[in-house]
Ligand binder design. Structure first.
Ligand code: GDP
Ligand code: CA
Length: 314
């Protein structure tokens, strides 16, 4: 029995890529290890943005334009809360609310986050295994000009991702334990992928959990990362502001540098082909292709390229 394909994942970029991975290999042989640094209580329920984006996408239920939340969802609960005077900048849909309320009730009953997540996975008919990086609270904070410190979701959804980022605080992840199954999956993986996710606030927290970086370095399978930066800019989201905020060049080269101690392979976009020699000079083998995932077919092509690079490094 060959080991699973294991992928470190954030939200939207990861989910689009995982859709390709789960089509390129049998989905039951894929394990996604998902960032929980974005988790936050909203309206009394435990919201896990990245876990739910991955699950909804793999279930074919994601809102296609937004990339988060459920297709066709309504917003009666948040709107009613707004009418009662609550702040409603976090737009949680009604059915999405039910997922998060379910998670909250199970956690309150003593079930652990990995088991709750697995139950949601089965209820949504998803075959890909989805693991939280940790079951401990790991909130990611962003520090801004003047030392102001906000939770990542406040930075992104409430404040609109301003560009005066001075740093990112992953201290909670640094004190957390990997969820059950995480280190085991990495150790027995046949390929290890780092999804085209935000390197600072999606992959950064996963790598900050003690033991995960070490497990990747010790794993028998090679690690291959995919650049979320195309032509010097993120496809979507604030990766540029966060990379700049931690003093890293906003480029495929900058991202490859962040992963140089774990990745043996790196997939970058053809628009960045000129950077491949610099990345190879870090001791990282590269593959260059169109990495923009427009649909399932392009996601599958990207997954196959990453898996092909991993196979060539064995
Ligand atoms: P989030 O948690 O929802 O922000 O999702 P992720 O961290 O998983 O993904 C965000 C990153 O995905 C951004 O930096 C995007 O640039 C990247 N991304 C989104 N779509 C694509 C794509 O089609 N190709 C590539 N290469 N990167 C993408
Ligand atoms: Ca996220």
């Amino acid at each position: 029995m060959p080991g699973p394909v294991v992928a470190l994942a954030g939200g939207v970029g990861a989910a689009r890529f995982l859709r390709g991975v789960a089509a390129a290999v049998p989905p039951g042989e894929v394990v996604a290890i998902v960032n929980t640094g974005d988790d936050h209580p909203f309206y009394g329920v435990h919201v896990s943005p990245d876990l739910d984006i991955v699950l909804y996408t793999l279930a074919g239920r994601i809102h296609p334009e937004r990339g988060y939340g459920l297709a066709g969802d309504s917003f009666a609960v948040v709107d009613a809360l707004g009418a009662l005077g609550h702040e409603t900048w976090f737009r949680l849909g009604d059915r999405d609310f039910a997922t998060c309320l379910h998670r909250t009730l199970r956690l309150r009953a003593g079930e652990r986050l990995a088991a709750v997540t697995d139950g949601i996975r089965r209820a949504f008919g998803v075959e890909t295994h989805v693991l939280p990086m940790s079951e401990d609270p790991c909130p990611t904070f962003v520090t801004l000009d003047g030392g102001r410190r906000v939770h990542f979701e406040e930075y992104l959804a409430r404040d609109g991702a301003p560009d005066d980022v001075r740093g990112v605080d992953l201290s909670a992840a640094r004190a957390a334990r990997p969820a059950p199954g995480v280190l085991e999956a990495i150790a027995k993986a046949r390929a290890l992928l780092v999804c085209p996710s935000n390197p600072v606030v999606s992959i950064g927290p996963i790598l900050a959990v003690p033991g995960i970086r070490e497990a990747l370095a010790a794993a028998r399978a090679p690690v291959v990362a995919i650049s979320p930066i195309i032509a010097g800019a993120p496809v979507k989201g604030p990766a540029d502001r966060l990379l700049r905020g931690i003093g890293v060049e906003v480029s495929a080269r900058g991202v490859a540098g962040l992963y140089r101690d774990i990745a043996r392979g790196f997939v970058l976009d053809e628009r960045d082909a000129a950077l491949a020699p610099d990345i190879e000079a870090l001791g990282v083998r590269t593959a260059v292709l169109d990495t923009l995932m427009r649909d399932t077919a392009t996601s599958i092509r990207l997954a196959e390229a990453a898996l092909g690079l991993a196979a060539s490094l064995e």
